[in-house]
Design a protein around this ligand. Sequence first.
Ligand SMILES: Cc1cc2nc3c(=O)[nH]c(=O)nc-3n(C[C@H](O)[C@H](O)[C@H](O)COP(=O)(O)OP(=O)(O)OC[C@H]3O[C@@H](n4cnc5c(N)ncnc54)[C@H](O)[C@@H]3O)c2cc1C
Length: 432
Amino acid sequence: MGSAGYDCVVVGSGPGGAGVARELARAGARVLLVERGRADPPSGRARQALRELFVPGRSLFRSGSVLVLRGVTLGGSSMYYFGSAWEPPLDVLRAHGLDLGSDVDALRTELAPAALPRELMGPRATRLLDSARALGLDWQPVPKFVDQHRLRRDGLGAFGAARWTAREFVDDAIGAGARVVTGARAERVIVRSGMACGVELRIGGRTVAVDAGRVVLAAGGLGTPVILRASGIARAGRDFFYDPVLAVSGSVDGLDAGPEPAMLAACDRLAEDGYVLTDLCRPRWLHSALTVAAGRPDRVAAYRSTLTVMVKARDVLSGRLTGRGGVDKPLTGADRSVLGRGEARARDVLRHAGARSVFAAGHVAVHPGGTAKVGDVVDTDLQTEIRGLYVCDASVIPVAWGLPPTFTVMALARRLGRHLVGVPAHPAAARG
Ligand SMILES: Cc1cc2nc3c(=O)[nH]c(=O)nc-3n(C[C@H](O)[C@H](O)[C@H](O)COP(=O)(O)OP(=O)(O)OC[C@H]3O[C@@H](n4cnc5c(N)ncnc54)[C@H](O)[C@@H]3O)c2cc1C
């Protein structure tokens, strides 16, 4: 691998990395896509989730009361996401020099995200929607990257398999000639004369150098800044967001519901109050674990009658990644007060839906980003101060966020791919 040389090495196979790799491979570039995790097919089983999403120091990090999670597997966190296709805030991004309009349109045409019709929503989601609307809240269906024909055929329990994930773009990239290596951790970018010319990988206890004309880091909001720092860009990994979440649950007599998709409808109070409220349903094993952790073992058996509202906050840009890539970002007072206001509203919705024994479970965060912001660590072409070194994942988001970021990251990837196709790699860097 070291001697082959690539036009581009892309590190990380989530929506950002898979998207760039696909664009470049389709344009005829020699692309290597490097992924730290494995390529096990998704099984939906707890054991796999524990291995890919809940390993301390690898995919799970704790800061104060907050557990921060990321998927370490081929496809990244998209293998565990809820499939919500939240529209990118185009005006906000344009104000930072990122015009994503045509890329968002193209992805919308290709993937046709759409809200599920009422008959495809689960009983928990519809109950909450009706309750919230009766209280006068603007609770609207959320567009999903999901194949509704498949969902209709196979049932709500098959939501995971009917969702778009970044593995589809990985497959497209492979089909267009890209090479993929899994179980390989990028440690640093090789830089000569101020230009990126490859990456150093750890594979099975060995260090391997790969030559490339350019490098795109897409290792996610927590992974990319670690590599940037090891490559000489020390200021990455500061003042970031993670969109903390609080789950507020109660039991409803007469409700008898199995697993169903999450975040099917939501109330967007970001502009007024800094949070989004939405329905949440977790697999039974996770419900049990989190309910015990919240000090309510008495509610574990109530899985089928449990209704949960998720409060997702837009947190203040703060904190830092530690030297070893851990998360040092406890909630600020402002974050707690946003979550507290959201919790009060969530309790209203639950009570109106007939829920009793209402309780809140601990803080979780699954949208780390803003660790290599546009206008700070990268320019509007997503290039760092090291020529030929780009970043393309949730790290580059320049503002406090609070939104599901996948659609935005996919659009950034498409835009970067188009840009790179038009810019020849520096020949000196390509030679190594
Ligand atoms: C439970 C859950 C639900 C979610 N729901 C939604 C939702 O409904 N809608 C939405 O928009 N978003 C959702 N998200 C968030 C969404 O999944 C992420 O924002 C998105 O995947 C970010 O894409 P990314 O490319 O920036 O990073 P990631 O998807 O995190 O991909 C980064 C990849 O890089 C790899 N990597 C890391 N370090 C290295 C290294 N050193 N070398 C090689 N590879 C490395 C990782 O293993 C990973 O595969 C959810 C996330 C979770 C966990």
